[in-house]
Design a protein around this ligand. Structure first.
Ligand code: NDP
Length: 453
């Protein structure tokens, strides 16, 4: 750790106590930014990074709602508006019991760099609640979403802040949130992305993060003259990102052998083909069941429950060439990373945000594998949200082919930025530096142009 990073981290830890995920995300970017500060001291004297780690605004609010038994429940809602130098705030909402201020600050911070990499004009934000949609009826989810929007609507808008989905927030939740926003402000605007197709949504938005992470892997492999054809892939999670990663890997000739949820994972040696994937989508998106049921439905699969006593995740201990962590943060530690390398994995494309611990990242970077960090590899989701905003502004929907082609071009462009920036700063092949610095420079220059605000 350089002296600059040590000094920054002392300040960040003192000022933001009990926010370990935020500290982790800042430390990683600070390492990369110190290379920029060495080369271009004007950013240091303008204290650009020091300004970037302070959110422009944090909104925190009570979310009271009534459950189906008539009992009152109280959750906490948040929106972190991190940086608006290059466009209106943009970033998802996460509904999960593990949500805290620190988790959302890490996600909002990452979002700033990710959105900058997409080439689209979007600032960074993130929000959500400690509400758990699992086990709730549709009516309970609706009442919660309406109360959440009652607390949030004043602070968002199509030219101010445009939220989207994330863990626990899919099409159903976006629908309820949009309905309540429309009722409160009496306007039909593109204030949320991930909307239904017949009320302003974009084709390919649900698919975009998983497809994008797969396109990014394909780009990384192409630097070695390879493709996904014939590659065995490990995927974690079984939600939105995981499902569409499986779909695109299959389309590009690869084979996915794992999926998971917060209770455990399945390993299907024969691969999760289109038919099995359709079954998973019905299980997760309609019946809202557990991945364990996969092993009852398909005898080719073995289910392993999560063992919290283990210091590693056995999902990452299978023979493969590619891995797509697509569940949550810190799901690959150093031991998992070493297991992946020992099993032959040399291409990791992160669908989730910060799924690898700093020690795990070091294992990948030191080994010189193709390691695409989340802020680059999973940027396809927010990029397509940006395309949804464009279509809303024009009041013109694009075809599936047009959106998919734009997504694929954006992922190629992000990949090129990572590779060229890593080269330019003396760390060829290091996608971590490439993504962090590539994302930083555009925002930093906009902040210099706009003065001390
Ligand atoms: P979903 O809610 O659709 O799916 C999340 C999946 O991860 C579920 O299978 C869930 O299992 C599992 N999971 C969640 N938390 C944990 C946990 N603590 N331990 C183990 N498994 C867990 O979310 P998404 O697919 O949308 O998001 C997945 C990741 O991708 C997140 O990191 C998100 O930030 C990131 N991402 C998402 C984007 C999007 O467009 N949706 C865009 C960019 C990044 P269970 O059902 O049991 O909770």
């Amino acid at each position: 750790m350089s002296d600059y990073v040590k000094e920054i981290m002392l300040r960040v830890s003192a000022k933001n106590p009990a926010e370990p995920e935020f500290h982790q995300a800042v430390a990683e970017v600070a390492e990369s930014v110190s290379l920029v500060y060495d080369k271009y001291p004007e950013y240091r004297s303008a204290q650009i990074f020091e300004r970037l780690i302070e959110p422009e605004r944090v909104i925190m609010f009570r979310v009271p709602w009534m459950d189906d038994r008539g009992e009152i429940q109280i959750n906490r809602g948040y929106r972190i508006q991190m940086n608006s130098a290059i466009g209106p705030y943009k970033g998802g909402l996460r509904f999960h019991p593990s949500v805290t201020l620190g988790v959302l600050k890490f996600l909002a911070f990452e979002q700033v760099f990710k959105n900058s990499l997409t080439t689209l004009p979007m600032g960074g934000a993130k929000g959500g609640s400690d509400f758990d949609p699992k086990g709730k009826s549709d009516n309970e989810v609706m009442r919660f979403c309406q109360s959440f929007m009652n607390g949030l609507f004043r602070y968002i808008g199509p030219d101010t802040d445009v939220p989207a989905g994330d863990i626990g927030v899919g099409g159903r939740e976006i629908g309820y949130l949009f309905g309540q926003y429309k009722k409160l402000v009496n306007e039909f605007t593109g204030v949320l992305t991930g909307k239904g197709l017949n009320w302003g949504g974009s084709l390919i938005r649900p698919e975009a993060t998983g497809y994008g992470a797969t396109y990014f892997a394909a780009e990384m492999l192409s630097t070695r003259g390879e493709t996904l054809e014939g590659k065995t892939c490990l995927v974690s999670g079984s939600g939105n990102v995981a499902q569409y990663t499986v779909e695109k890997v299959n389309q590009l000739g690869g084979k996915v052998v794992t999926l998971s949820d917060s209770n455990g994972y399945i390993y299907d040696e024969e691969g999760i083909d289109a038919k099995k994937l359709a079954w998973v989508m019905e299980l997760k998106n309609v019946r809202r069941g557990r991945i364990q049921e996969y092993a009852d439905a398909f005898k080719t699969a073995v289910y392993t429950p999560l063992d919290p006593k283990l210091d590693h995740n056995p999902l990452w201990n299978h023979k493969a060439q590619c891995a797509f962590p697509s569940a949550t943060q810190n799901e690959i530690n150093a031991r998992d990373a070493r297991h992946l390398l020992a099993n032959g994995v040399y291409c990791v494309s992160e669908g989730a945000n910060m799924p690898t611990t700093p020690e795990g990242v070091k294992v990948f970077v030191d080994a010189g594998i193709l390691y695409g960090p989340g802020k680059a590899a999973n940027a396809g989701g927010v990029a397509t949200s940006g395309l949804e905003m464009s279509q809303n502004s024009m009041r013109l929907p694009w075809t599936r082919e047009e959106v998919d082609q734009r997504l694929s071009l954006i992922m190629k462009s992000i990949h090129r930025t990572c590779v060229e920036t890593a080269d330019q700063f003396g760390t060829p092949g290091n996608y971590v530096n490439g993504a962090n610095i590539g994302g930083f420079l555009k925002v930093a220059n906009a902040m210099l142009d706009q003065g001390l605000v």
